[in-house]
Design a protein around this ligand. Sequence first.
Ligand SMILES: C[S@@+](CC[C@H](N)C(=O)[O-])C[C@H]1O[C@@H](n2cnc3c(N)ncnc32)[C@H](O)[C@@H]1O
Length: 279
Amino acid sequence: MSAGEMDAIGRRARDSVPYLFPEHISEVDRLDVQHYAIRAEIQGNYLAPLDRPQRILDVGSGTGQWAFELCEEFPDAVVVGFDLVASKANAPANYCLVRGNLLQGDGLPFADDSFDFVHQRFLVAGIPLQSWPEAVRRLVAVTRPGGWIELVESSYEVNPGGPATRRLFDLIGAAASLRGLDGTGEVGRRLPDYLAAAGAGAVQAGTLTVPIGEWAGRAGSLGAADFRAAASRLTDVVESELGVDRDEYWELIATALQECEQHRSRYVIPYAYGRKPPC
Ligand SMILES: C[S@@+](CC[C@H](N)C(=O)[O-])C[C@H]1O[C@@H](n2cnc3c(N)ncnc32)[C@H](O)[C@@H]1O
């Protein structure tokens, strides 16, 4: 298949999705900043107790940075990224991207029981609230018995938070809800339920937090850069769908960041992982 045909498939796949974040080259930088902020927090790339996985799937792989690092950590493994859009250039030799839409068809385009580890991070802006149980069922279906599934998600919460930050999240949540996406943080709270309902056992859940602001040194600078970039990328959505003036919105982002600095706030990131029962 030619690169042009691949792009056409990618465009068609994108046209039929509710994904909140617009496609733009700066989104690559934002996703990588976000990745480094989380990696600094957990001192690694996953939480499940993996034992030398041979086949790894990253659903909604974005730039591919997480998957590229798994390729390095597990050089004998094959790591597959699955996304609407292409990954960054210079992928490791043991990385492979499959382009497609998680929400289309009857399931993921992989055989059942075929991955040792299935990871999905930050898809709350792409999977409608009502589709979450089915989406997680699809992840569990392609995991081999005894393999692990890990979900890491965004929330609408910084802790402690101030009024501007709350209003900012309320606006973003309202825009998300208009598209049928989670606008309140329900997905993050229900991650363990989705896994259990899809048949996973040994489910563990908790929250990570990423500091926002210079008060926390380099990790906080990364967190603040991601917060600013993510909120800014939604300017057009908030303006067109909620009628909020863009200058007012940018002022709100700046005030929210000041609040995070003053309160020493941390962004809350819910996670859950579970194991497909061994045969
Ligand atoms: C916020 S990014 C997260 C990327 C990566 N998981 C990370 O943590 O850096 C969400 C990704 O999900 C992809 N995505 C959104 N909706 C999707 C769908 N229906 N099927 C496949 N991928 C989707 C987007 O293209 C984007 O690359």
